[in-house]
Design a protein. Structure first.
Length: 402
C-alpha cells in the first residue's frame, strides 16, 4: 500500500529520512502518525525508526541531541525542527510490568515491530509513502478492531498499561477490542496495580474524551480493570449508570471528574480524597469541587447570584453542560445573561479595597478587615448595596456598629 498525499509533517521530515537511506540504512515513519493518517485523523508529531545505530545516526547529521540514547533514541535537528530517530530494537525482562530490563539494537524492522502493542500501531511507512504492514494493521483499521500484536498475554505482561491503552484506543477511535485481546485484559487486569497511577490517569482521561467514553467504561467494568484503580471498586453501579447516559461528549479533565464525582454523590472532602489518590493537580481538584457544587445547585434549583459569582463563568457553563446529560440543565443563553448581569465578576472590580477603608479610618488592619471585605463583596453581588465607594463606606460603618 502507498499513501500518495502525505501530510505536511511527513513531507518536512523526508530529507532526514532520505539522508539515512542514502547512507545505506533503512528508515520508517512508525506508530500513531501512520495509523492516524490511514484513519484520516490529523497528526502532530512523527516518530522515525531506523536500522542505523545511534552512533551511526550521529555521524550522518551535524546537529543531534542524545534524548534517550540508552534506548536507541537520538534527536536530529533539521530546519529548526527536531526529529527523534530510534534504532530498531528488541526488549526483554519486564520485571516491573512496564519497562524492559534489557534493550537490544537490531537491524530488522520485523523484530522491532513485533514488540509493539497493537496491530494498528505496528505500521511502518517509508518516506515515499510505502506502508509496511506485517501484522494485519490495515485490515484491523478497516474492521475497526483493536488487536494485540502476537500473543496478547505476553504484550500485557510486558507492559500492563497497554490494557488501559486498549480501552482508550477503542473509545477514542470508535473501535472494538478483539476477543482474544479482550479476554487477555480480563485475565491480567490485576496487573494494572503495578502501574503508576499518573500513567493510568493520562489514559483514562483520553478514554473519557474519546468518541465512545461509555464503551470505555463498559470495557473497564467487563474486564474488571475498574477494581484496580483508586475508589472505583466500590462504585460499579454508578459507573454503569454513567455508561448509560446519552450524548456523553466530554471536553476536559474537570468535566470528566465532575461527572464521576456527581454520579458518586461525593462532597468536597470526598472529591479531594478521590482526586489526590489519582494524583490530580490541585487546580483540577479545586475546579472539580466548584463545578460539582454548581452542578448540585442547578439540579436542586438553588443557583443564586452569589454562587454564580463564586463559580465563575467557565465552570458554570461546564457544570450546566454536565447537567444537560441528565436533563436538568438551564438554558445556556439565559445562564450566560444572568452571569453577565452580575455587578462584578471578581473582587478586584469592587470600587473599594482594604487600603481605602484603612486610610479613611473606618477599620484598622487585622483579621476583621478580611471578614468585612468578604461581606461587602457578597452584599454587592446580591444587590443589597451598589458598587459605589460612598455606599460601601456607609454600609461598612453600619456593619461595624452592628
Amino acid at each position: 500500500m502507498k499513501i500518495k498525499n502525505l501530510p505536511d509533517e511527513f513531507e518536512k521530515a523526508r530529507p532526514v529520512m532520505q539522508t539515512i537511506e542514502e547512507a545505506g540504512y533503512e528508515a520508517y515513519f512508525v506508530g500513531g502518525s501512520v495509523r492516524d493518517t490511514l484513519i484520516g485523523e490529523n497528526i502532530h508529531d512523527v516518530d522515525i525508526a531506523s536500522s542505523a545505530y545511534p552512533e551511526e545516526i550521529k555521524r550522518l547529521f551535524k546537529r543531534t541531541v542524545d534524548t534517550g540514547i540508552e534506548h536507541g533514541t537520538v534527536m536530529v535537528l533539521d530546519n529548526k525542527k527536531g526529529y527523534e530517530i530510534t534504532t530498531f530494537r528488541t526488549e526483554s525482562g519486564y520485571q516491573d510490568y512496564r519497562r524492559p530490563d534489557k534493550v537490544t539494537f537490531v537491524r530488522s524492522l520485523k523484530e522491532d515491530l513485533k514488540r509493539r502493542d497493537f496491530t494498528i500501531n505496528a505500521l511502518a511507512m517509508r518516506e515515499n509513502g510505502e506502508v509496511t504492514d506485517l501484522f494485519g494493521g490495515i485490515k484491523d483499521i478497516e474492521r475497526k478492531i483493536i488487536r494485540a500484536v502476537g500473543d496478547p498475554n505476553e504484550r500485557f505482561n510486558e507492559d500492563a498499561l497497554r490494557m488501559m491503552r486498549a480501552v482508550r484506543f477503542a473509545s477514542k477511535l470508535d473501535f472494538n477490542i478483539e476477543s482474544d485481546t479482550f479476554n487477555a485484559i480480563k485475565r491480567h487486569s490485576s496487573l494494572l496495580e503495578k502501574i503508576a497511577i499518573e500513567r493510568i490517569y493520562v489514559e483514562f482521561i483520553k478514554m473519557m474524551k474519546g468518541l465512545r467514553p461509555k464503551q470505555g467504561i463498559d470495557d473497564m467494568l467487563s474486564t474488571d480493570m475498574y477494581l484496580h484503580v483508586p475508589f472505583f471498586d466500590n462504585y460499579r453501579k454508578q459507573l454503569s449508570d454513567i455508561s448509560h447516559l446519552k450524548n456523553l461528549n466530554l471536553n476536559n479533565e474537570v468535566e470528566v471528574w465532575s461527572l464521576i464525582c456527581f454520579e458518586f454523590n461525593f462532597g468536597k472532602e470526598q472529591i479531594s480524597n478521590l482526586l489526590k489518590a489519582w494524583k490530580a493537580s490541585n487546580d483540577i481538584i479545586k475546579s472539580t469541587q466548584i463545578c460539582c457544587r454548581a452542578l448540585n445547585s442547578i439540579k436542586n434549583d438553588e443557583m443564586s447570584e452569589f454562587l454564580m459569582y463564586q463559580t465563575g463563568k467557565h465552570l458554570l457553563i461546564e457544570a450546566n453542560y454536565i447537567a444537560s446529560f441528565y436533563g436538568f440543565s438551564i438554558d445556556n443563553e439565559l445562564l450566560k445573561d444572568k452571569y453577565n448581569c452580575l455587578p462584578i465578576k471578581n473582587k478586584k472590580q469592587l470600587s473599594i479595597n482594604g487600603g481605602i477603608l484603612i486610610k479613611n479610618g473606618i477599620i484598622k488592619p487585622g483579621p476583621m478587615l478580611g471578614k468585612v471585605l468578604d461581606e461587602i463583596e457578597k452584599q454587592v453581588i446580591i444587590g443589597n448595596i451598589d458598587n459605589d465607594t460612598d455606599d460601601i463606606i456607609n454600609f461598612t460603618k453600619q456593619y461595624l456598629k452592628e
